[in-house]
Design a protein around this ligand. Structure first.
Ligand code: ZN
Length: 88
């Protein structure tokens, strides 16, 4: 079994220092807000209320969870409305 760890290695940190972070979207919170993680050093970022990227802290994770919940409710309401309009 291969031992997996989330801890960044010395090499991956050095890679980011030299080449810069390589962020990939890990979670789409809303249309505007996304969560990103560097695939080398595992540093996480998110879009804040100003539309800028900031470090993904525990507080931001909670905010994003609420945002995602509200966003999915909004989407499902729009879908219901569309369905009713089509049915009528
Ligand atoms: Zn990185």
């Amino acid at each position: 079994m291969k031992k997996t760890t989330n801890k960044p290695t010395f090499f991956s940190k050095m890679y980011c220092n030299v080449f810069g972070h390589d962020y990939q979207v890990t979670k789409k919170v809303t249309h505007h807000v996304k969560e990103y993680r560097c695939c080398h050093c595992k540093k996480e970022l998110t879009t804040n209320s100003n539309g800028k990227l900031t470090e993904l802290t525990a507080t931001f994770k909670e905010i994003n969870d609420v945002l995602a919940f509200m966003y999915s409710r909004k989407i499902s309401r729009i879908r219901q409305k569309t369905y009713r309009t089509n049915a009528a």
